[in-house]
Design a protein around this ligand. Structure first.
Ligand code: ADP
Ligand code: TYD
Length: 220
């Protein structure tokens, strides 16, 4: 019914918000599907393992295609069926990640080419709302370090890479003001959640006055 995606650099706090939103929707009596990218299907999780393994030696174009292959499979196998069944789908990352990381970070393809490529990859599926959790790269790095988990292949990239990714997200937010809601990631978990929750409630009212009525829920 609604596809909501979360974006941001590693350590920005977007997975925390994706989980928090899913919990809120469950408490409100809905049955959201929460998935992450790359991942969410058997093939996509196998691709994730290869993509994030620091031992993988990968050409940037191979990386772009593997992230995209994982996405095609996730959309076909899980996201489309869930949307068709009337569920809200929350996806932790989607094609904006490819534009930011492979497009700007690696410099492997230009935004215009990527935009039409993403349409092919997702068979035309576009998020109804994208929440961009924006955090300065140095703050995000501090949060990653605090987790004390060894960096994966993407996290291990140089500071300049993460700065290009963060700048690309800012450009995306400016170019797609209707779809992308930029949030200040320096705010507290609960303050961010309150903004996201209010936006989703508005979206649901606008998009599915009918669906809200059919679940008997006026909460979300
Ligand atoms: P991401 O999914 O963007 O990599 P996470 O949601 O895993 O980020 O959060 C990274 C770290 O920052 C976690 O330890 C998390 O508890 C913490 N964190 C998340 N959101 C906030 C916030 N708003 N303020 C402070 N710390 C946060
Ligand atoms: P993950 O552990 O999910 O990171 P995070 O918790 O920060 O979301 O790892 C996903 C990594 O893959 C992350 O560094 C971003 C990167 N990525 C791309 O480079 N391109 C993509 O298209 C996607 C979906 C992710």
């Amino acid at each position: 019914m609604l596809l909501l995606t979360f974006e941001g650099i590693d350590g920005s706090g977007k997975s925390t918000q994706a989980r928090r939103l899913a919990a809120f929707l469950r408490e409100a009596g809905r049955d959201p599907l929460l998935v992450r990218e790359p991942g969410g299907t058997e093939l996509s999780e196998r691709l994730r393992a290869v993509l994030l393994d620091t031992r993988s030696n990968m050409h940037p174009m191979a990386e772009l295609l593997l992230f995209s292959a994982a996405r095609t499979q996730l959309v076909a196998e899980r996201i489309r069926p869930a949307l068709e069944a009337g569920r809200i789908v929350i996806c932790d990352r989607f094609y904006d990640s490819t534009t930011a990381y492979q497009g700007a970070g690696r410099g492997v393809a230009d935004p215009a080419w990527l935009q039409s490529f993403h349409r092919r990859v997702t068979d035309g599926l576009v998020p109804d709302r994208t929440f961009l959790v924006a955090l300065p790269p140095e703050r995000a790095q501090k949060r990653r370090e605090a987790k004390e988990v060894p960096p994966d292949r993407m996290e291990a990239e140089a500071d300049a890479f993460h700065e290009r990714v963060a700048a690309a997200y800012e450009t995306l937010a400016r170019e797609h003001p209707q779809r992308i809601l930029r949030l200040d990631g320096r705010r507290s978990v609960e303050a961010l959640h309150a903004t996201i929750r209010a936006d989703v409630q508005t979206l649901l009212r606008a998009h599915t006055g009918t669906a809200a009525a059919s679940t008997g829920s006026s909460e979300c």
